[in-house]
Design a binder for this molecule. Structure first.
Ligand code: PEP
Ligand code: MG
Length: 944
């Protein structure tokens, strides 16, 4: 007969059946059951109990009834509990009462059901009164049973019980439950029993065994209750695990002032401080503490109330923490001075506490550095680095109905500011009027960057996770929500609205980039900084040490055998400095075109673009050269000793020009009004811009194509790069420039442009008399054809960097700027795509192309340096893929560097070659052969 039930002293049997694996033990008897079994084994006082397995629950879900033999085993186990306690279930003189508690493999706090005080009936209650001499306690316990049974087992609404109690209390003039007398509670028992009868049509069962049977069934059923299912969906817990049911002898904390009950964490779960944190109540039952009906006492006070129980409790919890090597969340009850432990489980904690506890436990010798690193999630690091809204304040805002809209959570963090609807106003209000500003736009363009930088947060109604607004905001660590398509922004009236809620320009809003929620008004915030978070810095240092190990990846010759390095995308020296302080060891992408948008440079850039002769163009470029050189100089200096990848100009030229529509309107207005001054120039400019018009600019004249059609720009850029590098070398700075050619689709493009650029580099170095400089020329892989022909491309490219924003766009054929707004959200909701591929790499398509490109590229050039600089470089799931396929590094916005460092260490550990205890047959042979040689040598030595 299959064993469905395990007794408190059967931990060995459970372990045996689960092959000694504790995780498997938890799978069978649930986390709570496993904790109780383990505590019992360790001699911790746990009330006698038994556990019905998760397997029984799963059988119940299939058949709709208990599996054969289960109930008989439950009854047999109950007999053993009776023996251990000296009490008897249903006995009139000394009745045993039990609780029926859910307990799945993974803790799901409050999501499933529990029934306490099972075994009380009219008759046993009378017996209990005799026994305890405390009728108030007994009838209080009894009414709790009828109420819990009614709501949990019979499905009656809570209010059906709460209302008559409230009414009774007000009739009696009571404020608190503590004012209720024995007779009052006894009366409530009969009232509650009436409630049951009225709602269900039958009496509350007076058979204790029926109570137990129905309670067990109810806990099984609560596994598929809505709360539990939603929670599992959110937490990613599988739905087929089932819950165990723990039947535990009741112990009572409400037996007088020598009794009490409480909950505690062995460390502070909010700050991580190594100090017990808990609450208790004298003369109370379990749920009173959690429900907050009465003011609880801090756990330290127990020392004065019941010193013996307190010291025993401190001793036990210290041992439990040491045993489980993690913060414990415990429940206890003291019944007439005797301490009972009712639960121990790993405590849930905030991000801050997770980091502190992990670091402290390494220092205390409880866990290894690897374990500490594994215990903190990249999401927790993320949460620690951005200013956040106060959780309580968010709840209040939600309640107050100030939630305005929801969009794509493009850049995490919280921002509060006054909403302004264009970049110039946003900048002006921030700079001149010192306001906190949220820039709100339908979408952003490169010439909006100044407004974004000045803003605390950015909100757009269009665009997706890799839209301009999203990319730039992440890069600068600005909280940002994009694609909040329910918002209508009226740029005429300067009002934005969602249904009947409106926000006028200049009014306060709060933007939660972590969740994508926008609130009207100011939601209070808490700030964050990496440097101040010493434990996090330590943890990240350990993560780097893990990644730096030389033997973490088994790979062909030339491929990386250490973990991933983390580089950063940075355009300006100040970003590079931040990236370095956040732990980046290289710049993986400097988008040089951002430098062209600076207000004082843009007119020169426009002159250069509009130049009709090569001389005029060269003149404008010569004006740009010193500023570009200065930019690069600053970058190299900031990254002294580390590689810096500079990408040559990428976007289509029209992005640098005034908007065609605005100019057309201006020209028409001037014509209509008959204004002639300056009209001819404007008409000429309009004609030029119209001449540049492309129907599909993202697939048009940009990237390397632009370099071939108009090589003067990139020639100037390469000169600026190498002049800056040479100047830095002469100042003693270690410079490792890597020149990156964007949007390559065929090797012929590289064959055309690269030698010209190399010649310029060599000429500059010769002019500056630099003998040796460590530099590379390489390309972005962002067009599928480049990935497919990587073997040829690697003949010229010394490095590849996957531009997965464009590679995703081109592989799927989805516009990176419009897809989210138009259909991607629906695709994810409908399960057509598992996730937004612009946020998390699509391994099956884009990822496979990357893998192929790396393998083929390294056939030509085994040491080929490979990175990623698309937005995926900061996404933990995508980082895992980059590790698996052989990237050297990932590059992401400076603010995501710490997250990426941790994620890189996690995957390095996950895929590290296992030091197998079992040697392969070949290794065994080798060992035998070696031993034989040693023996033979020893023999010869002896003879000598
Ligand atoms: C990319 O395409 O992934 C990339 C990094 O380039 P950009 O986002 O500038 O097009
Ligand atoms: Mg690109």
């Amino acid at each position: 007969m299959k064993k469905w039930v395990y007794l408190f002293d059967e931990v060995k049997e459970v372990e045996k059946i689960r092959g000694g694996d504790w995780d498997e033990v938890k799978g069978l008897v649930g986390g709570k059951g496993a904790g109780l079994l383990d505590m019992t084994r360790a001699g911790v006082p746990v009330p006698p109990f038994f556990t019905v397995t998760t397997e029984a629950c799963n059988e119940f879900q299939k058949a709709g009834k208990f599996p054969a033999g289960m109930w008989a085993q439950e009854l047999a186990a109950l007999k053993m509990i009776e023996k251990a306690t000296g009490k008897k279930f249903g006995d009139l003189k000394n009745p045993l009462l039990v609780s029926c508690r859910s307990g799945a493999k993974f803790s799901m706090p409050g999501m499933m059901d529990t029934v306490l005080n099972i075994g009380l009936t009219d008759e046993t209650a009378a017996g209990m009164v005799e026994l305890t001499g405390n009728p108030r306690f007994v009838y209080d316990a009894y009414r709790r049973l009828v109420e819990m049974f009614g709501t949990v087992v019979l499905g009656i609404q809570d209010e059906a019980f709460e209302e008559p109690l409230k009414e009774y209390k007000s009739r009696k003039g009571y404020k608190l439950d503590t004012e209720m007398t024995a007779d009052d509670w006894k009366h409530m028992v009969s009232v509650f029993r009436e409630v049951v009868k009225k709602h269900i049509g039958f009496d509350f069962p007076q058979d204790p065994f029926k109570q137990l049977e129905l309670a067990t069934e109810a806990v099984f059923k609560s596994w598929n209750g809505k709360r539990a299912v939603d929670y599992r969906n959110h937490e990613g817990i599988p739905h087929d695990l089932g819950t165990a049911v723990n039947i535990v002898t009741m112990v009572f904390g409400n037996m007088g002032d020598d009794s009490g009950t409480g909950v505690a964490f062995t460390r502070n779960p909010s700050t991580g401080d190594k100090k017990m944190m808990g609450d208790y109540l004298l003369n109370a039952q379990g749920e009173d503490v959690v429900a907050g009906i009465r003011n609880t006492d801090p756990i330290e006070n127990l020392k004065n109330h019941m010193p013996e129980a307190y010291h025993q409790f401190m001793d036990i919890t210290a041992k439990l923490e040491k045993h489980y090597r993690d913060i414990q969340d415990v429940e206890f009850t003291i019944e007439r001075k005797k301490l009972w432990m009712l639960q121990t489980r790993v405590g849930k904690r905030t991000a801050k506490a997770a980091v502190k506890i992990a670091a402290d436990m390494v220092n205390e010798g409880l866990i290894t550095r690897e374990e500490a690193v594994k215990r903190v999630t990249p999401e927790q690091v993320d949460a620690l680095l951005h200013p956040q809204f106060n959780a309580e304040a968010l709840k209040n805002a939600d309640k107050a109905g100030t939630l305005f809209a929801k969009g794509v959570n493009a850049s995490p963090g919280a921002a509060v500011g006054q909403a302004y609807f264009d970049a110039d106003t946003a900048e002006k209000m921030a700079k001149e009027h010192k306001q906190d500003v949220i820039m709100v736009r339908p979408f952003t363009k490169p010439d909006d960057v100044h407004g974004m930088i000045a803003a605390k947060g950015v909100l757009t109604s269009e665009g997706g996770a890799t839209s301009h607004a999203a990319v730039v905001a992440r890069q600068f660590g600005i909280p940002c929500i994009v694609g909040a398509s329910m918002i209508k922004i009226n740029l005429e009236t300067r009002i934005m609205s969602v249904d009947n809620k409106t926000v006028r320009e200049g009014e306060w809003i709060s933007v939660d980039g972590t969740t994508g929620n926008v609130f009207i008004g100011k939601v209070p915030m808490t700030a964050a900084s990496l440097e101040e978070q010493t434990e996090l810095m330590t943890l990240l240092k350990w993560a780097d040490e893990i990644c730096a190990r030389k033997d973490l990846r088994v790979a062909p010759k030339g491929w990386p055998t250490r973990g991933l390095m983390v580089w950063a995308n940075a355009d300006y020296p100040r970003d590079a400095r931040r990236a370095r302080s956040y732990g980046a060891v290289g710049i993986g992408l400097c988008r040089t075109e951002h430098m062209f948008f600076e207000p004082e440079r843009l007119p020169i850039v426009q002159r250069m673009i509009l130049a009709e002769t090569s001389e005029a163009r060269t003149k404008a470029l010569n004006e740009l050269l010193p500023t570009q050189r200065k930019d690069f100089d600053g970058l190299f200096e900031a990254m002294d000793g580390y590689p810096v990848i500079i990408r040559l100009i990428d976007p289509p030229l029209h992005e640098f020009m005034p908007s065609e529509e605005a100019l057309l309107e201006e020209v028409i207005t001037m014509r209509v009004k008959g204004e002639t001054a300056g009209l001819a120039e404007k008409e000429k400019l309009l004609k030029s811009i119209q001449g540049m018009h492309e129907s599909n600019p993202m697939m048009g004249l940009r990237g390397v194509r632009l370099s071939i059609v108009m090589p003067e720009i990139v020639e100037m850029q390469v000169r600026a790069i190498f002049e800056a590098a040479a100047d830095c070398v002469l100042r003693g700075i270690v410079v490792k420039p890597e020149v990156m050619i964007p949007l390559t689709g065929t090797v012929k493009e590289l064959e055309w442009i690269q030698p010209r650029l190399i010649r310029i580099a060599a000429a500059v170095l010769a002019e500056k008399k630099i003998q040796k400089l460590d530099y590379k020329f390489g390309t972005m892989i962002e067009i599928p054809r480049a990935a497919v022909t990587a073997e040829e491309i690697a003949k010229h490219a010394e490095f590849f960097s996957f531009g997965t924003n464009d590679l995703t766009q081109m592989t799927f054929g989805y516009s990176r700027d419009d897809a989210e707004r138009n259909f991607l959200v629906t695709y994810v909701e409908q399960g057509i795509l598992p996730k937004n591929p612009f946020q998390t790499l699509d391994r099956d398509g884009v990822g496979r192309l990357m893998k192929m490109a790396i393998e083929d590229g390294r056939k030509t050039r085994p040491e080929l340096e490979v990175g990623i600089c698309g937005e995926h470089g900061g996404d933990p799931d995508s980082i895992e893929w980059c590790h698996m396929i052989g990237n050297n590094y990932v590059s992401c916005s400076p603010f995501r560097v710490p997250i990426a460092r941790l994620a890189a260490a996690h995957v390095a550990l996950k895929y590290a070659p296992k030091k197998s205890a079992k040697k392969t047959a070949a290794q065994k042979k080798k060992v035998v052969a070696k031993k034989a040689v040693k023996k033979a040598k020893a023999k010869t030595a002896k003879r000598k």
